[in-house]
Ligand binder design. Structure first.
Ligand SMILES: [Zn+2]
Ligand SMILES: [Zn+2]
Length: 258
């Protein structure tokens, strides 16, 4: 399974930098987990293949370019883009984003070939199919309804925490999985901002460290993501001092293969 965290910040020459402001993971160049930077950073080859987008929650850093991505492809789509989200998140997207004010309600529009998007409500804690992948979504502990994901291609399994603080069911489904190659987990704030992390339901390196005690699998690649750019170096230093085997920071743009 090939996974890329799409870049969301660019230097004066237009090259991707390591700061992550938006969240969008591409799996095997065709399935997106969240769509923060999807329309900004996907290559034209990837754009042709991506027709399945899982939205973990409706925060702007996770959906910022979803409307733009659909808009871009609008005239050329021969089949709808499938947007997988829990029903409560679908309702929020329709109410707050695709509401004719912020952007058109694409679910009511058609191009020459037919509908351009299709919502696929995802069931909690029950496996469903997304392209060639088997996915299980489970509620995590964030300030809006949010799911973490366990994704398998039949050979390899990778877990995505999305945005969360201390949680339990996510670890239960991971630990029930026969194997786990990688865990992509958030570390948003430095330890000095534990209080803000708590109220906004995010991890610090210290709270992430406690949480990782719930992981039963050994030898897992643990990639820290969602590091707030303003505190990036402090958070990286704090993560490094944890000395957790396999823990490192995920680099935007790089392709990880498991
Ligand atoms: Zn969030
Ligand atoms: Zn976020």
């Amino acid at each position: 399974m090939r996974i890329q965290l799409l870049p969301s910040t660019f230097d004066s020459q237009g090259h991707a930098t390591s700061e992550q402001r938006l969240t969008c993971f591409l799996i095997d160049d065709c399935v997106a987990v969240d769509a923060g930077s999807l329309a900004l950073a996907a290559t034209s080859e990837q754009r042709k293949k991506i027709r399945d987008i899982i939205v973990t929650h409706p925060h702007m850093d996770h959906i910022a370019s979803l409307p733009i991505f659909i808009d871009d492809l609008f005239p050329t789509l021969k089949s709808p883009i499938r947007i997988y989200a829990t029903q409560v998140v679908i309702d929020l997207l329709e109410r707050d984003i695709f509401n004719w004010n912020v952007y058109p309600r694409f679910s009511e529009l058609k191009n020459h070939y037919g509908p351009v998007i299709e919502y696929v409500p995802i069931p909690a804690a029950q496996e469903f199919k997304v392209a060639h992948l088997n996915v299980t979504a489970v509620a995590v502990n964030h300030i809006v309804p949010t799911v973490g994901l366990l994704v398998s291609d039949g050979r390899r399994t990778v877990a995505f925490s999305s945005d969360t603080s201390e949680t339990q069911e996510f670890w239960n489904i991971i630990n029930r999985s026969p194997s786990l190659e990688a865990l992509l987990i958030e570390a948003s704030f430095p330890n000095s901002m534990a209080e803000l992390a708590e109220v906004s339901r995010h991890f610090t390196p210290a709270s992430l460290h406690r949480e990782l005690g719930k992981l039963n699998h050994k030898g897992v690649d643990i990639l820290a993501v969602h590091i707030k750019p303003a505190y990036r170096q402090v958070i990286i230093d704090e993560l490094n001092t944890l000395n957790v085997p396999g823990l490192r920071v995920m680099e935007p743009g790089r392709i990880y293969d498991w």
